[in-house]
Write a protein that binds this ligand. Sequence first.
Ligand SMILES: Cc1ncc(COP(=O)(O)O)c(C=O)c1O
Length: 381
Amino acid sequence: MSQFDTIIPRKGTFCAKWDRQGGDYLPMWVADMDFRCAPELLASVEKRLSHGVFGYGANTEETGEAIVSHYKRLYQADISIEDLVWIPSVMPGANLACRLAGGKMIYQTPMYSHIRRLPKEARTTAIEVPMKEEDLYFTMDFDALEAAIDEETKVFILCNPHNPVGRVFSREELLKVADFCEKHDLLVVSDEIHCELVFDRPHIPFFTVSDWARNHSITLSSAGKISNIPGLPTGFAIIPNREMREQYRDICLGLFSTPNALSFAALCASYNGSCAGWKRELLSYLENNRDYMEERLKKMGLPVVHNEGTYLAWIDVRGEGIEDPFTFFRENAGVHMNAGTEYDRNGKGFVRLNFGCPMSQLKEALDLCEKALIAHRNKRS
Ligand SMILES: Cc1ncc(COP(=O)(O)O)c(C=O)c1O
């Protein structure tokens, strides 16, 4: 038995996924995992907690060094502590990056729902361009981007690994992004929060693909996803371009409070190598969940996009004649997923399923969905 098989009751723990569903459903939605953190990470937080004094924080040097070494070890990427800017979490960091760019943003859909709220939050507008979909394989559509972009566009939002379609973009694709953005003089805001959650191929940080990319991008990340600590928020921006970094620091001035002691204890443990064994086990567990889920859905006759990274599955319900698949599965199967329309205004026929949970929970969710689907198909025929 794996440590990740353990069911940990989360109801009543101020937990968005379990406590904010508006009913009693099996929650397969919000992007956190139903797993306990790595013991090494918990020990780091407990040590800091048991110290018992929580004055203003200062020394983030050790965490910075851990991140720099981590990037070297995992991605052979050269960054220095000076390139890092601490942010409260990824989304506020993205907001500030967009404000810095000071213009319209462009991105491809489907796209993570909170990124779709960024235009409003960053007081700007967005051009949404559909990705190319061929046999349920999603790629960036550069012809469509060319046709849609205008003079006021200043920022390209990249989400890699991609939420919700689970793509891990190749070097070739990332170089195309760099070419497109160089041509149109865009700042690339690269949300790489899922970067360690990859199965089929390694993650490539965007800033490593070329000198241009290094100098014209702001990479945002955190340990929120891989170490399952979004409730201990803190993150970092990687900005190798010194001038841009100074501008970013300037726009951050006065906005953030002191570094959170417990968040930093967790962040440091996530990057200093102490959780490496736990992360390996997690990835193999998630990969097994993914394979099981894809196989089960195939048998059910429900197409699903093959997931290369993240623990999120993009399921195609277009062929079932169901007007609103999210509500259908919630009300008929008791399974709460995310509605495709959160990610794409044309995403009516999709749902997003979070498979970051014990296998028994995943099986239960798929059993319930299958039953509801069979009943629906029988009624239709
Ligand atoms: C792609 C992506 N970016 C950002 C976030 C949230 O980041 P944070 O909680 O660090 O603001 C999520 C959470 O689901 C995500 O999937």
